[in-house]
Write a protein that binds this ligand. Sequence first.
Ligand SMILES: [Zn+2]
Length: 235
Amino acid sequence: MKLTDTLLDLLFPPKCPFCRRVLDAPGVCPECEKTLPWTDEAHGLRELGDGLLCAAPLWYEGSVREAVRRFKFRGGVCAAGPLGELIARAAAERFSGEFDAVTWVPVSARRLRKRGYDQSRLLAERACALWGVEPEVLLRKVRDNPAQSGLDSAEARRENTRGVYEALGDLHGKRVLLIDDVCTTGSTLRSAAGALLSAGAAGVVCAAAAFPGPKGENGGEKGKEQACILEEVQV
Ligand SMILES: [Zn+2]
């Protein structure tokens, strides 16, 4: 651990990203390890359409939704470590030996300036740190589309992400693990994966921190999101 890390730990001790309990070391507290809404064997892997697979360790509800929203919209970057490690764990379980490059779904230059960080890049960096590799810059967001969270229908989300990503560099023969924060309907991941495949990638698999919950506390919204997913998978 670097000296600056030690100083930062004294000033800002590591906290569990889900319940905010102060911890001795960064990670998930034992209580949350037991009680978080983990996806099970049958639901931790989802087909997003066109054979594209995504793994996610958690359901996007309760303290998971709070942690992701804090991380994404309110500058809670210290959650990147624990969330990135959970993504790495899920990707290793589901796709071991199926990828040899890691990248992420980037935000636009404008949003990066506004937010100050690219949340999925931080997740990819933390996942890669566990494997002793570096994530690669393979995608660029060329159009600053409206946030997916404001769109209701699967068709609107699909249209909103069309042509938004451009692949960078030589992708021929690369089998890519593509990381995003949350996989809602899969439109964003499919659009980004499509750009990688069109540029010559040999394969793409995806991993995110969470899928929208199967039932959850505000069932209406979740039900609608779930319906979008099913509709997309069937297309
Ligand atoms: Zn906790």
